[in-house]
Design a binder for this molecule. Structure first.
Ligand SMILES: [Zn+2]
Length: 210
């Protein structure tokens, strides 16, 4: 089997994200970029619960099928990010609950907790683009290009996309962002969340060596 190790890595991340309730049924999708610039990605319409290594798809950077079943319908967003953002080696696109809520609120999420800081907050909401379209790639690429420190974007009225220097990093960003977004949202139900001050940001950076 071609790209067996990378397919196993994608499947392993699917299991992690499924158990963490970041993805469900067949919503959301996960990919990595190989050394030779291929994209190993979850397939179209196969339920995560039943997915096996041979169900993982391989496409080139233009989204042309190379191996395996038809890739996720949202492949154009992944390939656009890999083509234009060289630091992206892994992508987790989730329909996680608080990512979706904040994406529907359509407001950028300020830096109010450490998890959001790790995601590169403030976290922007991209302009609307229907899932699976080329435009969904363009709107996210524009933001990631203009914000080199940013790991997470909310997709307007849709979900969340996280990138990383590896698939493990992308997953970590997606997971952290969800915890940060949940905290931000729930605090907001009680009182206005406080953004970190510049002094607090510096203190946190010093502690974490950022
Ligand atoms: Zn989606």
């Amino acid at each position: 089997m071609r790209y067996k190790e990378q397919r196993e890595q994608v499947l392993e991340t699917v299991h992690l994200a499924y158990q963490a309730d970041l993805i469900r049924m067949s919503a959301g999708n996960i990919s990595l970029r190989t050394e030779d610039d291929m994209v190993v990605i979850t397939p179209s319409g196969i339920k995560y619960r039943n997915m096996t290594v041979k169900d993982i798809s391989v496409v080139d950077l233009e989204g042309e099928p190379i191996d395996g079943p038809p890739p996720s319908s949202e492949t154009p967003m992944h390939t656009a990010i890999y083509r234009h953002i060289s630091r992206a080696k892994g992508i987790c696109h989730t329909h996680s609950r608080y990512g979706m809520i904040q994406a529907h609120l359509q407001e950028d999420v300020p830096l109010t907790n450490i998890e959001l800081m790790m995601s590169g907050a403030p976290i922007p909401v991209a302009p609307w683009a229907a899932p699976g379209t080329e435009k969904a790639g363009e709107v996210t690429v524009d933001i990631f290009q203009s914000r080199p420190e940013l790991h997470v974007i909310l997709l307007r009225q849709h979900g969340l996309v996280a990138l990383g220097g590896s698939l493990a990093q992308a997953y970590e960003h997606a997971y952290n962002a969800e915890v940060g977004l949940e905290t931000h949202y729930k605090v907001r139900l009680v009182q206005a969340p406080q953004s970190f001050t510049e002094a607090q940001i510096q203190e946190i950076k010093d502690v974490y060596g950022l």
